[in-house]
Ligand binder design. Structure first.
Ligand code: NAI
Ligand code: 13P
Length: 325
């Protein structure tokens, strides 16, 4: 199975490294000519994954058309750009493995739903879980959810991508795998705020647990399965990103917690913090369906510049309720 990767950020590069194991050739499309040059000339992505030597089997290209000979495409552009990149590709029936985590602004669609709109003839799979790119690229032990409704494709992808330190756990719950990854990014911002503002470890644990309740309410309403939300792509990834400054979303939240403005923090970064884009659209989607998501709303308020003290006060003064409703 020939694998090609769309997206030369940290995660696209790390997944290319996974796919190149055993000296399999992998083609990677990157938007930045500097990334193409760096990977082909020095076997390193010096912009987005500096310091990690890459397999010489990874070849980078600026020409999306070259990817049309692949048997599966790993789609690793940020969620807000998946539509445009898949449109540029032209109609295809090559299976698409979606690896971005987010909800598209405007349409309120999950990445898989966007992909299905743009490429209706392609089978869809989702790869998601607790996966810091630099650890995966170094071959450290990692486990992911690989969700696909087509049993044969799921088995082929698992066979091709899994390795001694990269375990795939199969699932047919594509929506559940996507929702966990999208919502956890928003919750990671909230946990970063707690850290940055010095609100303590009790508060962080409470946010993780109540945030997980939010993820579950939203996910179940969209048809996700509870076991998926409690698995690698939901709770697993939530725990990872809510407890480490290696997370870009957590770091963004830390900056907000230290009193910096969202505008300054976001304009300073080349790398993506998906939660900042997903939070407002997630809050809208939840409101449309009458689903309570107070932590998500708090993150939206902080991103809009509401002072932390007011946001914390609003969260803590909500009426007391039963833990399970
Ligand atoms: N970095 C990580 O550890 C992980 C990232 N992800 C997800 O993978 C997706 C990609 O993230 P990273 O690879 O980390 O990106 P990154 O933050 O390393 O790099 C930014 C990426 O955005 C792309 N980009 C910027 N503007 C664009 C545009 N207009 N059109 C198309 N692409 C554009 C850049 O080309 C680059 O590939 C995100 O959804 C992220 O949540 C998932 C798991 C792990
Ligand atoms: O999704 C990730 C790890 O699973 C990466 O998290 P950040 O995008 O917050 O860095």
């Amino acid at each position: 199975m020939r694998i090609a990767v769309i997206g030369g950020g940290a995660w696209g590069t790390a997944l290319a490294q996974v796919a190149a194991r055993g000296d399999a050739p992998v083609l990677l499309w990157a938007r930045e000519p500097d990334v193409v040059e760096s990977i082909n000339a020095t076997h390193e992505n010096s912009l987005f994954l500096p310091g990690t030597p890459l397999s010489p089997e990874i070849r980078a290209t600026s020409d999306l058309g070259e990817l049309r000979g692949a048997d599966a495409l790993l789609v690793v552009a940020p969620a807000q750009h998946v539509r445009s990149v898949l449109s540029q590709l032209g109609p295809t029936s090559i299976p698409l493995v979606l690896c971005a985590k987010g909800i598209e602004a405007g349409s309120k669609l999950l990445v898989g739903e966007v992909a299905h709109q743009v490429q209706p003839d392609a089978l869809i799979a989702v790869l998601s879980g607790p996966t810091f790119a630099h650890e995966v690229a170094r071959g450290l032990p990692t486990a992911v959810t690989l969700a696909c409704e087509d049993d044969a494709l799921r088995a082929r992808l698992a066979d091709r991508l899994a390795g001694p330190a990269f375990r795939t756990y199969g699932s047919t719950d594509v929506i559940g795998a996507e929702i966990g990854g999208a919502v956890k990014n928003v919750l990671a911002i909230a946990c970063g705020v707690v850290e940055g503002a010095g609100l303590g470890l009790n508060a962080r644990a409470a946010l993780i647990a109540r945030g997980f309740a939010e993820m579950t309410r939203f996910g179940l309403a969209r048809g996700a399965r509870a076991e998926t939300l409690g698995g690698l792509s939901g709770l697993g990834d939530l725990v990872l990103t809510c407890s480490s400054t290696n997370s870009r979303n957590f770091s963004l939240g830390m900056g907000l917690g230290q009193g910096k403005s969202a505008r300054d923090l976001l304009s300073d970064r080349r790398t993506v913090a998906e939660g900042a884009f997903t939070a407002p659209v997630l809050a809208e989607a939840a409101a449309d369906s009458g689903i309570e998501m107070p932590v998500t709303q708090a993150v939206c308020a902080l991103l809009d510049g509401t002072p932390i003290a007011a946001v914390v006060e609003a969260l803590l003064s909500r009426p007391l309720r039963e833990e399970v409703q």
